[in-house]
Design a protein around this ligand. Sequence first.
Ligand SMILES: [Mg+2]
Length: 217
Amino acid sequence: MNLWIFDNDGTLYDDSGARKQFNQLLSAYAKNQLGIHPGSLSDLMARLQSKHETRSSVVAFAREYSIPIECLIQQTYGLIDLAAAQIATEEHLSETLEQIGGTKIVFTNSPSQYALRVLRHLGISHHFQNIFGMLEIECQLKPLLHGYQLVQKAYPDFKQSFFVDDKVGNLEGGGKMGWSCMLYDPHGLNQSQETRLKSLMDLRTIAQEVEVLNGDL
Ligand SMILES: [Mg+2]
């Protein structure tokens, strides 16, 4: 049996509308609760992310202002209106996920309750056995190795593990775990040497080739 590990934002769905809303919600929270002027937010955030060694604005805010992270998650990710954000996924993704078989999980830097809401909205949540999100990986977001190690520890016994992410920098950690890593790059923007997927449908071919190699057919 193979394990398929998917990033969520920007991989299983186009997150541009949701990200825009997230930024607006974070800006409103910073202004209303912390008195931070929206014009100074991006500089401040860059500084706090560097200071707290995280790529997450939510984690940086929680640490800097001693705010419970669940509260920040609720006031940002929790308020994203997925219908208004017009989140969409590739056509036939549900069939693709069905056809590749194996066990599938999500490994995302966003909170898992947000990821679950997205997957349900897209009608594909039933394909996934588990979600490792921001809190499950103890806020040590990709590309930090801790999250990869937790995933690997929870799912150690698979013949082969595949990992798909839309960020080149996130693939290296997967490589260190021995996973077969693929960059999701639907617009062909990246020149990296990594295995690139223009469509998640390409996974069907990869799954078939692996089955043949393993003599599973
Ligand atoms: Mg992503």
